[in-house]
Design a protein around this ligand. Structure first.
Ligand code: PLP
Length: 369
């Protein structure tokens, strides 16, 4: 089977994780702290707060910013549901906006028409590892005094004009799920340059607790969103390899682009000028005549694991039931949801595998049309 994704776990991770397991100190400790320091250094941000998942990072960010019931938060319709779910979880309303079908990112020209006196924040998602149009989004956020939470779950190391995704808004969120460029099994990180937001997120991660005059003081009704120390050990080792992994992923994406460029049934990923795409997912868009789900099934039968790009939120029962979104309301997002196809991409993928993916994809498309 040519796998969709494969985490890169080496001997060093196994050795350090074993050390932590042997030590008996399993919960958040010095390895988590070391991972946080390495992430902060890599991104050149003041504060990094490790948490149990990317979803936890987003949830804490909204809470740290004080987003609450009655507020509205703008986000792209085409994203993993966690982006919108956390908005609902704090009692605010997710305001969905269509995407640009070339980049799969929120269309900034459609943001302003959705701003109301209740709008408090915008969550650009750097979808599949490519920066959203962050300058336009920050300009709108500045004009209407909105907070910006970057959902950089898929985009650690991605750049816009040389600036790292996740460091450009008020707060940035990352995921270390095994399909991401580096992994801690499950895991996430909140990053910010604001001392106040960092302190609140740090307290909320640990039951709302802060240290006041040398004592534990419960300042908020918080969560247990801590990362374990053996995950922290994986994290600080993994991040040392990140740039090398990104270069390999970019090279593989170029090989796919070259192999697929003449297939008129497929739109290959588009890297916008000034962006450094890290290809957390290599996602192509199939022509409307092609039945994408059949392609996924037939490729699996032929030993190739593929999947959909991601979800359109307005098509999901929760969003329809609770916010009256209607089927097909966002044209580009609906098209991407139906026609996007994510191909295998991981650093163990060989050129011969990429060629096999292309050959079988072409064969499957021709047979299915
Ligand atoms: C855009 C986006 N946001 C948030 C998440 C949630 O991250 P996690 O699975 O670590 O909770 C994901 C997960 O894939 C994602 O793709």
């Amino acid at each position: 089977m040519i796998r969709l994704a494969r985490p890169q776990i080496g001997q060093e991770e196994i050795k350090e994780v074993s050390k932590v397991l042997g030590s008996g100190f399993l919960v958040q400790g010095k390895n988590v702290e070391k991972f946080e320091t390495k992430v902060a250094e890599y991104l050149k941000v003041k504060y990094a707060i490790a948490v149990s998942s990317g979803t936890a990072a987003l949830h804490l960010s909204l809470m740290a910013l004080g987003i609450k019931e009655g507020d509205e938060v703008i986000l792209p319709d085409f994203t993993f549901p966690a982006t919108g779910n956390v908005v609902a979880l704090v009692g605010a309303k997710p305001i969905l906006v269509d995407i640009d079908l070339k980049t799969y990112n929120i269309d900034p020209t459609k943001i302003e028409e959705n701003i109301t006196p209740q709008t408090k924040a915008v969550i650009p998602v750097h979808e599949f590892g490519q920066a959203a149009d962050i300058d336009s989004i920050l300009a709108i956020a500045g004009k209407y005094d909105l907070s910006t939470i970057e959902d950089a779950a898929c985009a650690l190391g991605a750049e816009s004009k040389g600036r790292k995704c996740g460091t450009l808004g008020d707060i940035g969120c990352f995921s270390f799920h095994p399909r991401k460029a580096i992994t801690t099994g499950e895991g996430g990180m909140v990053v910010t340059n604001s001392k106040q937001l960092a302190e609140k997120a740090r307290a909320l991660r640990n039951h709302g607790m802060a240290i006041k005059e040398g004592r534990n003081s419960f300042e908020y009704a918080g969560f247990n969103y801590r990362m374990t120390d053996f995950q922290g050990a994986m994290g600080w080792i993994q991040i040392k390899k990140l740039d090398e992994i990104i270069e390999k992923r970019r090279a593989l994406a170029s090989s796919y682009n070259a192999l697929l460029k003449d297939l008129k049934e497929i739109q290959t990923p588009f890297e916008k000028a000034g962006n450094k795409h890290i290809y957390q997912s290599y996602v192509v868009l199939l022509n409307k005549q092609i039945k994408r789900d059949n392609i996924i099934r037939k490729l699996r039968e032929r030993g190739i694991e593929t999947t959909i790009g991601t979800y359109c939120l307005h098509c999901q029962p929760f969003y329809r039931k609770n916010y009256s979104y209607r089927d097909g309301q966002f044209k580009n997002s609906s098209t991407a949801f139906k026609q996007s196809l994510c191909l295998p991409l991981h650093i163990k993928l060989k050129p011969v595998d990429a060629r096999k993916v292309k050959d079988l994809l072409l064969k499957t498309i021709c047979m299915g049309m």
